[in-house]
Design a protein around this ligand. Structure first.
Ligand code: ATP
Ligand code: FE2
Length: 328
């Protein structure tokens, strides 16, 4: 079985084609880059509308797959920015009608989780999903992915992006902050904000910008922000492991590209006798392959939607989505 998936929830327009064993046969992506500040939803959607048709062609070419071999067309239904979601959904509906193939709606967060899970080879791991808009510790139970802990304000990636722009950089902040942090060494005092199983980042943002205004070195600020915020994530992940009686963790989402976060979670899991797995970076960040793979799982379990009922869901939460491909 071969499924094509379309991702367009935020900055990234991407088309992926995957096979039965989660092999990525084709993947083509293009990123909207705001000229200044953060994302402008309508501009991003315009970007996606422009690039998606060519991305479909590139993904098919690189996969050496003909449209007739695609068995279902999956798309990210939510969560995300309305105009961006609608751009991807429109292309998916059109392909579904033109190719006479079923349309499969996919939750973007569940897709980050499913691609990371299948690549890890672990059947039922605990998941740390750390991306732009989301920061969640997730475990599966009785037909749903359950959110055990999460951010109380902004997603860690958006926090890193905002912070980096505040320090004079440009979007995306996460990778640039990672390089900058490698030059730093002094740990400056920042609020450490863990509340039970949850975390919050806005206090660290304010405190960092205040230290910056007082002349603190940017490399030390970057280092301190990374050490502090990744320690918070590692702590809530460890607490979740302890509660669930588990030892292994799978990372997903764009921030899972980060070397320091990977190392901190790895050290924590290994001290418990477990292990950490993170997908290759191209499959941590938003990508069409994760939508295609989750679409394949859903389609095999009988999930499809008529075009008339395939509206997007900008606020669709991880724990509200049924996952009939997983045993109860
Ligand atoms: P969501 O899944 O919440 O909708 P998203 O759509 O914003 O997230 P992702 O591609 O999953 O997109 O994640 C993008 C985020 O990952 C950005 O905030 C970016 O700064 C961050 N990021 C990417 N690489 C790194 C890195 N090496 N270190 C830290 N953060 C990173
Ligand atoms: Fe994402």
């Amino acid at each position: 079985m071969v499924v094509l998936g379309i991702e367009s929830t935020a900055h990234t327009a991407s088309v992926g084609i995957v096979g039965e064993g989660a092999e990525v046969l084709g993947l083509a992506s293009d990123f909207y880059r705001p000229t200044a500040g953060g994302i402008h939803p309508r501009e991003a959607a315009n970007h996606h509308v422009e690039v998606l048709p060519a991305l479909v062609g590139r993904a098919l070419d690189s996969a050496k797959v003909r449209p007739g071999e695609i068995e279902a067309v999956a798309f990210a239904q939510g969560p995300g920015l309305g105009p961006c979601l609608r751009a991807g959904a429109t292309v998916a509906r059109m392909l579904s009608l033109a190719w006479e193939r079923p349309l499969v709606p996919v939750n973007h967060c569940v897709a980050h989780v499913e691609i990371a899970r299948v690549l890890s080879g672990l059947d039922d791991p605990l998941l740390l999903y750390a991306s732009g808009g989301n920061t969640q510790v997730i475990a599966y139970a009785r037909g749903r992915y359950r959110v055990l802990g999460e951010t109380l304000d902004i997603g860690i990636g958006n926090f890193l992006d905002k912070l980096w722009i505040g320090l004079g950089g440009t979007f995306p902040g996460g990778p640039a902050l990672e390089s900058e942090a490698l030059q730093g060494g002094e740990r400056l005092p920042l609020p450490y904000s863990v509340h039970g199983m949850d975390v919050a980042f806005s206090g660290i943002l304010t405190a960092t910008l205040a230290l910056h205004a007082k002349g603190a070195k940017r490399a030390d600020l970057a280092y301190s922000v990374e050490v502090t915020s990744y320690a918070m994530l590692t702590e809530i992940t460890e607490r979740a492991l302890a509660h669930r009686g588990r030892d292994s963790v799978v990372l997903g989402g764009g921030v899972a590209c980060n070397g320091r976060l990977r190392e901190m979670v790895r050290a924590m899991t290994e001290s418990r006798g477990g292990s950490m797995f993170a997908p290759p970076k191209s499959l941590c960040v938003d990508n069409g392959a994760m939508i295609a793979w989750t679409g394949l799982l859903a389609f095999r379990a009988g999930v499809t939607t008529p075009v008339e009922a395939s509206g997007v869901e900008p606020r669709q939460r991880t724990d509200l989505v049924a996952t009939p491909w997983r045993p109860e």
